[in-house]
Write a protein that binds this ligand. Structure first.
Ligand code: CDP
Length: 835
């Protein structure tokens, strides 16, 4: 009879184990960067530019130096003497550490002061006198490519304009043919506005250079400690083994804590110069105004359709505003991230995407805010285009999706952009969602309500996200291949320590990685302690972003546990005095095949590894595994949202949210649900209230939480989550797919589609996010599309200096697209920017 352990009881796969990290968080015993105090520590503050684009004529720091308690004032000129005024970015660009020639965005770092306390440092920053000569400002891609536009990056050789890249992917000729054969062409122009990941904890670092040992230790808020170590080694030209990066507890990252920020570099240099620990903790406005923004993409999209609803082809052009430096991390082969994962869940014969990235006088943007490198934009554009096409064809949007889905028997499925989808049951997820939301009943209710002047709407969004970048054939950042690793040490009493190269920021790795070990070895999860974030102890990893932890580091945890199990089997054979071939495994125990009662536990094997190993066997029970994923994992989800729109005010209320997520095998169902709820909350925020925009002078509007709104528990609607569809990933060791970002990726379009469905009688095809009441009201009353392009002063407006029309400002009735005969569909998509 089997004596296998009950996996749920020991906290293995599928157990909704409570998060072990929460014990310290809810007791106020977390250890965040700002909690760390080192002997002799000094404090650093940053002086930021008030202007978005200006030449620096002079910097006079003499008054700052005179303030008692000031130890150091760093300027770009001083950084330049050490070759540190500029640093390389993670996308093969350069970024100013402290400005020397020009400032290129409002909030750019101009100088730093190190003092006894942060207040003295702040006062001293204000005593620095900087003389600026203002320059014309660019705040969107249309202005960036307009004739005569000022060149923002005149520091770079071979940079005659503001274009960072022109990139294309897909089959242009095949797509052109699809459009020639189309019965109907559906067009849409969209803007995904700038938003900010806005983690509760801002960025910060404490650099501690010890001259006696030549060792530099940096405690900092990074999602990717090993990458930072490599960057510091290259930028500061310090030997890598003398650099220790420690990411302690992190209060949310969401992509904001991937880039290398000037504050990190300056605190390091200050510590080297002063030979004392130097702490820099960014304040909220510094975080909102200067660190990694997300999105800010304009889309011009077209779909070639057969009248019966079959999609024949898709053509897209994206204009991405990257701000002053191209500093977000991308796999180096893919200039606009994984935007070309768009339409992956639909069976398209042909597709073609062109993308242009441009500089502007805005803080560096384009970080993957809770998404796998631009997948949020990809799925938003996809699902908005799908909704518009279904409306153009007069088809039911659910039926239109079902008809075009990749079918279960088509996996593995190659998309027209070259991705290989691993597995999925898209139709089944849709069915579950439609049933849960009561689709048919809602449509009847909607029609009846409309007669009474009540506007109800239902929005559908699907998403499939390429998670687990990546395989080393295709994915690298700065040439470093995107694999991960895990190290497992089983102590003699069967207790264990697991370390990975990932870095949790609230996702619960300390809980779930132990569950994978429990699943593989039968050790109770509570006997496994998980550590991440210290480059001196953790094995190499590319860090945690793009929901890559479960697909890559999580897989490495399985693989290292299996290596341990293989050695434990040899130890078991030795203890049981049989040959290894006669030993069978069940959870937690090896036994003799012919005598199942004769067995040894995994803990007994662990003790034997230190006390009774066979002759010739290397002692101990420890190992490391490096995992290079064969492919990405492709979770799928359907989100359905119902709303009621008030026609008098444009205010919309969410009635119901149904989420059907298929992320393969769920390690911890409770944590997965938490991830989905968090993602849906952020999706709601993006659709409803959240955006950062800039005025014509490049002033960042929304650099505080009075303007940049985060939904609290009060505003956040409730969610109905469904987990009945489970399609394991065929190539992941435990069949798990990533999930952390899915709802933030797929959610926004469901909200927007719902509001547009409610007002479909007006003929309005698009309102750009966020769907603020005034925008919705304007759409209802004017019966015109509403563009969300940033406001730009024109010659007509008071004090106007511009004259450049913002992208999409030319949008007129139906201006965001509409049904056009196929012969009219060959226009230059890039020219839709209205310049
Ligand atoms: O990379 P990141 O940790 O942000 O995202 P993830 O890999 O999707 O994992 C988020 C959290 O959900 C982790 O604690 C995972 O272990 C957990 N998870 C799970 O329990 N089951 C899955 N199939 C996927 C993730």
């Amino acid at each position: 009879m089997s004596q296998a352990l009950d996996e749920i009881k020991i906290g293995g796969l599928g157990a909704s184990r409570k998060r072990v990290e929460d014990d310290r968080f809810i007791r106020g015993r977390g250890n965040y960067t700002d909690d760390i105090t080192l002997p002799g520590m000094l404090h650093m503050e940053i002086l930021r530019s008030p202007l978005a684009h200006a030449r620096i004529k002079s910097i006079d720091a003499s008054k700052a130096w005179e303030i008692p308690g000031v130890h150091l004032v760093l300027t770009g000129e001083m950084m330049a003497t050490r070759n540190l005024a500029w640093m390389p970015t993670l996308s093969y660009d350069t970024q100013a550490v402290l400005a020397t020639d020009k400032v290129r965005f409002q909030g750019q770092e101009v100088a730093c002061v190190v003092a006894d306390d942060p207040y003295i440092a702040k006062d001293a920053c204000e005593a620095i006198d900087v003389e600026y000569e203002p320059l014309p400002v660019i705040v969107n891609p249309a202005q960036a490519v307009a004739e005569g536009a000022p060149v923002i990056r005149d520091d770079k050789e071979n940079q005659p304009d503001n274009v960072i890249y022109d990139w294309e992917v897909g089959d242009k000729a095949g797509t052109d043919r699809a459009f020639e054969q189309a019965d109907v062409v559906s067009k849409l122009k969209l803007h995904y506005p700038r938003s900010h990941p806005s983690p509760i904890e801002c960025c910060g670092s404490i650099a501690d250079f010890n001259r006696a040992t030549s060792k530099l230790t940096v405690y900092m808020t990074t999602q990717a400690p090993h990458i930072i170590r490599a960057a510091v080694a290259l930028v500061a030209e310090l030997p890598e083994h003398m650099i220790r990066i420690v990411s302690p507890d992190i209060g949310g990252g969401f992509g904001n804590k991937v880039p290398v920020y000037p504050g990190y570099v300056c605190s390091i240099l200050a510590s080297i110069l002063l030979e004392r620990p130097v702490k820099w903790i960014e304040d909220k406005s510094g975080n909102l105004i200067s660190t990694g923004f997300a999105r800010d993409i304009y889309l011009d999209g077209e779909m070639a359709l057969r009248r019966d609803g079959k999609i024949l082809g898709v053509r897209m052009h994206a204009d991405a505003d990257h701000g002053a430096f191209f500093s977000d991390a991308q796999p180096s082969k893919f200039k606009i991230g994984l935007l070309h994962s768009t339409f992956a869940c639909y069976d398209l014969p042909a597709a073609h995407l062109t993308a242009r990235g441009t500089y502007s006088n805005k803080a560096p943007g384009g970080v993957a805010y809770r998404c796998s490198f631009r997948v949020t934009e990809a799925m938003f554009f996809q699902e908005r285009m799908i909704a518009a096409a279904a409306a153009d064809l007069g088809m039911d949007p659910a039926e239109f999706r079902r008809m075009n889905f990749v079918k279960d028997e088509q996996f593995p499925h190659r998309t027209p952009f070259g991705f290989l989808l691993d597995s999925g049951q898209y139709g089944k997820c849709l069915d579950v969602g439609l049933k849960a939301v009561g689709y048919e009943d809602f449509r009847r209710e909607q029609a009846a309500a409309r007669k009474r002047g009540k506007l109800l709407g239902l929005g559908i969004s699907t998403m499939t996200e390429p998670l687990g970048a990546g395989n080393s054939r295709e994915y690298d950042i700065l040439g470093i291949k995107m694999f991960d690793s895990a190290e497992l040490k089983i102590h003699m009493t069967g207790k264990a320590i697991l370390r990975t190269g990932a870095k949790t920021q609230g996702q619960g790795h300390e809980t779930t990685w132990a569950q994978i070990v429990a699943h593989e070895l039968g050790l109770p999860a509570e006997d496994v302690v998980v550590e991440e974030g210290d480059t001196d102890t953790a094995p190499f990893g590319m860090g945690t972003y793009a929901s890559r932890s479960t697909p890559v580091a999580g897989a490495a945890v399985s693989m290292v546990a299996r290596k341990i199990r293989a050695k434990a089997r040899k130890l078991a054979a030795h203890l049981l005095e049989v040959s290894e071939e006669d030993v069978e495994w069940e959870l937690g125990r090896f036994y003799v095949r012919s005598a199942p009662d004769r067995g040894v536990t995994i803990q007994e094997c662990a003790m034997a590894a230190y006390s009774n190993m066979p002759d010739g066997m290397e002692p101990g029970l420890e190992n490391t595994a490096f995992y290079d994923p064969p492919n990405l994992t492709w979770p799928f989800a359907v989100y359905l949202v119902t709303v009621e729109v008030d026609p008098q005010t444009g205010v919309w209320d969410v009635l119901n949210i149904v989420a059907v997520d298929d992320c393969g095998v769920r390690i911890n169902p409770m944590i997965v649900e938490g991830q989905i709820m968090g993602g849906l909350t952020e999706a709601y925020a993006m659709a409803n209230m959240q955006f950062i925009t800039f005025d014509a002078e490049g002033n960042c509007v929304g650099s505080n939480y009075m303007d940049y709104l985060l939904p609290t528990a009060w505003e956040t609607p409730g969610f109905e989550l469904h987990s009945e569809v489970v399609t394991p990933s065929p190539h992941h060791p435990i069949g798990a797919k990533g999930v952390g970002e899915c709802a933030a990726v797929g959610g926004p379009a469901a909200f927007v589609n719902a509001v547009l469905d409610a007002i479909s009688d007006t003929g309005v095809r698009n309102i750009d996010m966020p769907l603020l009441p005034d925008r919705v009201w304007e759409a209802i009353t004017s019966r015109k599309d509403v563009s969300g392009a940033p406001p730009v002063r024109t010659d007509d407006s008071p004090g106007g200096s511009g004259g450049v029309v913002p992208p999409q400002a030319s949008t007129s009735p139906g201006g965001s697209g509409g049904v056009v005969p196929p012969q009219a569909s060959t226009g230059d998509l890039a020219s839709g920017s209205g310049v």
